[in-house]
Design a protein around this ligand. Structure first.
Ligand code: MN
Length: 413
């Protein structure tokens, strides 16, 4: 049984000021059309602290001078709806999964919350006010903040999101193992796809092989997979995957598996025919060189910008060598994204990238790319990497990457 969840709550409570209260929401399903909802996705900050994957659940934590308390609220059981949608989680199961002793039904939340405000010294309310865009649908924490502002206009409301996000950037051994499991599934799915690669003609047929293997392993796609042949690989988020593949094309696949709340995010590029042309091999190896330049730098204390500069510096020299550019400033014509992001419960995981230095326990992607529209070539190679005390560990080293390994695997198809 994992103690991660309990430790995280203890850490959050110890960082919380005296007389502070945290309320976090699991969220609800979102309507899709008519009576159909999108599949429910639990709020990841809520799940990070509770190990509970249930709609409408609420976590309440209080820190007073003489005591702290942690209470979990789960949906009241609805016997009729259970007949349609399956069993709701029971109090006992919720206790076991979360290791929270005090579990109640949501119908008791309002009176519990109010009694903290009226009977204890609670004077600061911490909510998860995550918001990326002005136009985003408000999350439950934000809606709750609005309601409390009306009824308790002088209560101080603060945002707990940055604190939890920062905790989430440092992974425990157990989290590393979960991501490695996602990578292992991605590897077998990618190898299956590669072995069938020569005989399949449409991009979505490759996708089908990949996703078949995910499903067989109890995993699901971590994001909309990209299978992009030829020039389509120069569009960074091409996800239509419905075009014919030509024999002389490179195929870029950006893919990942999701399992147990965690994800992998891997990109590989391979020749449709099973054999790289000399030109394709030359360009591919330049991307690998840029990747190695990034690896040489990864250790605690380094910034994302420094990692990205390593790619640009490599390209500034090597793309000039092959006559593609005359000056460093032209690199951005052929490489137009960042080399790295955090990976975790979200594929583009929480954590501020600007100005942040890497620390041991971060898991990041390394994904240099090279996109030459005029030659209908897009290459990206992406690994998932753990930052360690003295450098890094490439968690996806097991997935074939060199041109000879890829050709070898495809020749067995
Ligand atoms: Mn990525």
């Amino acid at each position: 049984m994992s103690y991660d969840f309990k430790l995280r709550r203890e850490q959050l409570l110890s960082d919380l000021p005296l007389n502070g209260m945290v309320v976090l929401f699991a969220g609800k399903g979102v309507k899709r059309s008519a009576d159909a909802d999108y599949p429910f996705t639990v709020n990841h900050n809520f799940a990070y602290l509770t190990n509970i994957d249930e709609p409408e659940a609420i976590l309440m934590m209080v820190k007073l001078s003489h005591r702290t308390s942690v209470t979990l609220f789960i949906r009241d059981i609805d016997l009729t709806l259970q007949k349609w949608n399956g069993k709701y989680i029971s109090i006992e199961k919720a206790k076991e999964a979360s290791q929270i002793d005090s579990v109640m039904y949501v119908s008791a939340f309002e009176s519990s919350f109010m009694s903290q405000l009226t009977r204890t010294g609670v004077n600061r309310l911490f909510l998860d006010l995550e918001r990326l865009n002005l136009a985003d649908r408000p999350l439950a924490g934000e809606l709750f903040a609005k309601k409390i502002r009306e009824t308790h206009p002088v209560l101080v409301i603060e945002n707990i999101y940055p604190t939890i996000a920062k905790m989430r950037t440092v992974k425990s051994n157990e989290e590393v193992k979960k991501i490695e499991e996602c990578i292992a599934v991605t590897r077998s799915a990618f190898e299956r796809m590669l072995k069938h690669g020569k005989s399949l003609t449409r991009e979505y047929e490759l996708q089908a092989e990949f996703e078949y293997e995910l499903k067989r392993n109890g995993a699901s796609p971590a994001f909309d997979m990209i299978v992009a042949g030829g020039v389509r690989a120069t569009v960074l988020h091409y996800v239509e995957n419905d075009e014919l593949l030509a024999e002389d094309q490179l195929v870029l696949c950006d893919m990942g598996a999701s399992k147990n709340f965690y994800n992998s995010d891997i990109t590989r590029t391979f020749p449709k025919s099973g054999k790289f042309s000399d030109r394709q091999k030359l360009l591919y190896n330049i991307v690998l060189e840029a990747m190695d330049a990034v690896y040489a730098m990864i250790k605690p204390g380094v910034t994302f910008k420094e990692l990205n500069d390593a790619v640009i510096s490599t390209y500034a020299i090597r793309l000039k060598d092959i006559g593609l550019i005359n000056d460093r400033s032209e690199v951005s014509n052929y490489y137009y994204h960042g080399v790295s992001h955090f990976l975790g419960m979200d594929v583009h995981d929480v954590g501020k990238i600007e100005n942040m230095v890497l620390v041991a326990g971060n898991i990041i992607t390394v994904e240099p790319g090279l996109y030459i529209e005029a030659e209908s070539i897009g290459i990206r190679i992406e690994d998932d990497v753990l930052v360690t005390e003295d450098g890094y560990r490439n968690l996806s080293e097991c997935i074939v990457k060199s041109t000879s390994e890829i050709e070898g695997l495809m020749s067995n198809g």
